[in-house]
Design a protein around this ligand. Structure first.
Ligand code: UT7
Length: 331
């Protein structure tokens, strides 16, 4: 069976940067509180009228360019997001149409912060069994429309930002390079710890006038609980992937963790005994971009020359669900 590898990477961040100081004008918060607790300094917000698939489309165009491929070379699209353009159909088909494509399969993955890694695992499997040769995997989010910019929502509102990252996956000509292993986990007992209630199909009708006033339109998060589980699950899943590959943490050249909170990643690095500089961070500039954070980070580190051929890269994420996953690749 051939291995798959990433052939090209692209990112797109909306232009409008929103600083912590700007949020101070909207509700009771402070730059100091946000930076101390999360490491975030600013985030990007998409303008009114911009869809998740619009951000994805630009990131995809750049990933294809980086891979030296045309949109027509793609065999399949996997779109990871928790902020889809519409509840249905999935954002993958909107992206496909915006890319001028028709006919190839499109699939949405609704796995929140681990959405990119789950999608990557699916693309990897497609390529390895020879089902598809060129798979586009996109992670994209427009969070800014669904954040409560009042005191009630401030714990969540300060964390999230908009953005998109994309990769093209294809067969690796060298068997030692490419995606080596991905481990995925979930524990639905914690589904209520980070969720958005607005869509409740058990209600008839599923959205009522009360939904608009009782807070159900905003995401709710048990922050401390998410934090506590994240700092345990991240090291655990990293270690299980390394064990399967007979490798040690010291062998990893760079960690690309999901960017939920700088303190979570510092804690995880400490537990793994990894120097902090090996745990890439860009949360200060973008906040938490959920499914987009890892491909955005990958695109940045490639541009910065932080990855060389044969480097071992560990990607890892934890989030709503709870879901968690890690994927190791040799570049
Ligand atoms: O991808 C997964 C996404 N989510 C996460 O990763 C979140 C993980 N959790 C966290 O990052 C942290 O729990 C937070 C950063 C969200 C919150 O930090 P915390 O240390 O757990 O704070 P807390 O919720 O215990 O709140 C401490 C205080 C409270 O005030 P009192 O009750 O002590 O007076 C909050 O009301 O901070 C207050 N607070 C704020 N103050 C200023 C909550 N949000 C804010 C805010 N600005 N934005």
């Amino acid at each position: 069976m051939v291995r798959s590898r990433i052939l090209g990477v692209g990112r797109y961040l909306p232009e409008r940067a929103v600083s912590n100081f700007e949020l101070e004008e909207m509700f009771d918060t402070s730059d100091e509180w946000i930076r101390q607790r999360t490491g975030i300094e600013e985030r990007r917000f998409a303008d009114e009228g911009v869809y998740c698939s619009d951000l994805a489309s630009e990131a995809a165009r750049r990933a294809l360019e980086n891979a030296g491929l045309e949109a027509e070379d793609l065999d399949f699209i996997i779109f990871a997001t928790l902020s889809p353009d519409h509840h249905f159909p999935g954002s993958g088909v909107y992206l496909q149409a915006k890319m001028g494509l028709a006919g190839i399969g499109c699939m949405d993955v609704r796995n929140q912060c681990t959405g990119f890694l789950y999608s990557l695992a699916v693309a990897d499997a497609f390529v390895r069994v020879g089902m598809y040769r060129r798979v586009l995997v996109v992670g994209a989010e427009v969070h800014s429309s669904a954040l409560n910019f009042t005191n009630e929502g401030r714990d969540v509102a300060v964390l999230f930002g908009d953005g998109a990252g994309a990769v093209v996956i294809g067969p690796s000509e060298d068997d030692s390079r490419g995606i080596l292993s991905t481990h995925m986990h979930a524990d639905g007992h914690f589904a209520d710890k980070l969720k958005l209630d607005i869509w409740d199909i058990s209600k008839k009708p599923y959205i009522t006038p009360e939904t608009l006033t009782n807070g159900d339109i905003w995401p709710k998060m048990a922050g401390k609980e998410v934090f506590k589980h994240a700092v345990t699950r991240i090291p655990e899943v990293v270690e299980s992937v390394l064990k399967e590959c007979n490798l040690k943490t010291e062998d990893v050249d760079l960690f690309l963790p999901h960017q939920a909170n700088l303190r979570i990643n510092q804690f995880a690095a400490y537990r793994l005994g990894v120097p902090e500089e090996k745990f890439y961070s860009n949360i200060e500039s973008y906040g938490n971009t959920t499914a987009a954070s890892i491909p955005i980070a990958l695109s940045e580190v490639l541009e910065n020359g932080m990855i060389e051929k044969n480097h071992l890269i560990m990607m890892v994420a934890f989030g709503s669900g709870f879901t968690w996953a890690a994927s190791l690749m040799r570049w």
